[in-house]
Design a protein around this ligand. Structure first.
Ligand SMILES: NC(=O)c1ccc[n+]([C@@H]2O[C@H](COP(=O)([O-])OP(=O)(O)OC[C@H]3O[C@@H](n4cnc5c(N)ncnc54)[C@H](OP(=O)(O)O)[C@@H]3O)[C@@H](O)[C@H]2O)c1
Length: 264
């Protein structure tokens, strides 16, 4: 007698995934993970050359990939991205919102336009993408997986000019919970991965050898039980979990990818 293979729960072969921010650190890892696991991909980003590079890498690994050179910065763009998945592959099973950004400034130095730009990139665009994906996933009736990206800064404040970023990620947490509740009976799960610091263009300065970076890093690491900063690959396991039926009973959940930072 052979036992059922529990790894089958993580099988996403043939699923159709849309990843925004595919030019970025997390977006590229999400593309590699889901392509490697056999998904068909729609990759979206504004930076054409980085987008082409990750698309080529996934294709070289055998994945079917459509690239759309756009940011999800309007209702039209978000609807078009979902439509691209339907046109190319007949539906959409997984949405990964890996686009987002931060602008750091003390509140008295931050222009209101900057605050609104951070809220737009992190909150409004997540909402528009989740909305467009929900319409398609409900119409198709085969469930779906929506994975947003929050941050430990959705839970915790930060003294260095993070009012916009913290507010935006707290809003992503609220959206994740509310939409998880709303879509509970539909078979669509909604969850967020919430990292602390992992290596990316957003955080590159923290990995530097400058005295300032060393001091900031030491202060930060003193609070990270795992004793190191993150790498984009640290998000791979949580992503596969949240994108697969292994997480079918999990919705409205914020999964901290943080080396234990928020535990202490
Ligand atoms: N790195 C960390 O330590 C960390 C920690 C916690 C949370 N996060 C979150 O993880 C997500 C991915 O971050 P990352 O570290 O992978 O950063 P990243 O490498 O900069 O990737 C983010 C991507 O988002 C796109 N983007 C930038 N500004 C945008 C805007 N205004 N509107 C729409 N898209 C925009 C960019 O793609 P295009 O320019 O090609 O469109 C960029 O490649 C973000 O939501 C970030 O807040 C990161």
């Amino acid at each position: 007698m052979s036992l059922p293979n529990p790894l089958d729960m993580f099988d996403v072969k043939g699923k159709v995934a849309l990843i925004t921010g595919a030019s970025g650190a997390f977006g590229a890892v999400a593309a590699r993970v889901l392509a490697g696991a056999g998904c068909r991909l729609v990759l979206a980003a504004g930076k054409a050359s980085e987008l082409a590079a990750i698309a080529a890498e996934c294709r070289a690994g055998g994945a079917e990939v459509v690239e759309v050179n756009t940011r999800p910065d309007s209702e039209t763009a978000c609807t078009a991205l979902v439509a691209a998945a339907v046109a190319a592959f007949g539906g959409l099973d997984i949405l990964v919102v890996a686009s987002g950004m931060n602008k750091v400034a003390k509140i008295d130095d931050m222009a209101p336009e900057t605050f609104l730009a951070v809220m737009d990139a992190n909150v409004t665009q997540s909402w528009l993408l989740a909305r467009a994906a929900t319409v398609q996933m409900k119409a198709h009736g085969r469930g779906g997986k929506i994975v947003l990206v929050s941050s430990a800064r959705g839970l915790l404040g930060h003294p260095a000019g993070y009012t916009a970023y913290c507010a935006s990620k707290a809003a992503v947490d609220g959206m994740t919970k509310a939409l998880g509740c709303e879509l509970g009976p539909t078979g669509i799960t909604v969850n967020a991965i919430a990292p602390t610091v992992f290596r990316s263009p957003l955080t590159a300065w923290m990995f530097d050898d400058t005295d300032n970076a060393k001091a900031v890093r030491a202060g930060f690491l003193a609070r990270v039980p795992k004793g190191r900063l993150g790498e984009p690959e640290d998000l791979a396991g949580p992503l596969l979990f949240l994108a697969s039926r292994a997480s079918d009973f999990y919705t409205g959940h914020i999964l901290y990818a943080d080396g234990g930072y928020t535990a202490g």
